[in-house]
Design a protein around this ligand. Sequence first.
Ligand SMILES: [Fe+2]
Length: 368
Amino acid sequence: MLEKLPEFIKEIDGSKALIVTDKGIRAAGHADRALSVLEKAGCEAVLFDGVQENPTNHCISNCRDFAQEAKIDVLIGLGGGSSMDTAKGCNFLLTNGGEMKDYHGYGKATRPMLPFIAIPTTSGTGSECQSYALVSDDETHVKMACGDSKALARVALLDPDLTASQPKRVASLTGLDALAHALETAVCIPRNPISKIHSLEAFRLLARSIHTVITGTSLPEDRSNMLLGAALAGLAIENSMLGAAHACANPLTAFFGVTHGHAVSLMLPHVIRFNREDPEVNEIYHAYESFIPSNGAKKVDMAEWVNTLVASAGLRSLSALGVESPDVGKLAAGASQQWTGRFNPRPVGQADFEALYSSALSDVVERV
Ligand SMILES: [Fe+2]
């Protein structure tokens, strides 16, 4: 599938491409393979491998300087969310000038942007199908969502072979994040006929294969299901929004350094139980439960199933991560500030967030 890259570049009339990636992806051989594919097809390309996790304006400015010097006219984001966010961010600065904070929000770019091709190597963020770049402030590390319809990828190239090199833990955490995307978009307030199609198909594909990814037994078909499922969940986000599990996750990352997928999946079962109090949302979860592989057993409860996946992945519980009861107030205050919480199907205030964190804290330590 990566072999199709030159075809797509020719379709968008590109003459010189910049591949934006990180050193890990380069070490895995994916970046050099992409360069070689382009070279064989006679497409000129250069490589920037300075992407950092949770990219900041500084990191993106470096990429912009490199792109400006190289006089490129196509951007390719190759890697996980950070590579794609850096490529998108670079596109804003290169074509519209200024700094990333100038684009915080939506639709702030006034000039046309370069064509962008997204090539994910993890099955998680769905950034390949979204018009937002998530960029961290250089000083505070608070994430800014910078979006514009012009930043959306012209092509999302989904090659499951590229995800085979992911370490099992990365594949588990990104897969659980994608699952949370499917489930939060399915019930969020702005859900609509278009987002519902993407959420349901994403969930169906992810539910079928996530256990194999977590247990390290995935076959090519499973990696394909996960990659497409994550991309469709990304489309569901693009067309709707997320919810309280993502609102709860961000303060855990900010205060305790918990990886995003880890934080989201610890909170998700508690948010599902909270949301089930809404009869309409309960019906949606019921419908989705019929897609959970059950091995002939009776219908599986959604929150219990997510708990089982978290346990199979060997993820440490909140208390094992160092979170204690006195932290709940601070975490809930942080969650209340998150934009995504506003779109949760049931309103969530400070007291609700405190109850969600307390409930997660009572989970059995070190579930395996
Ligand atoms: Fe997420």
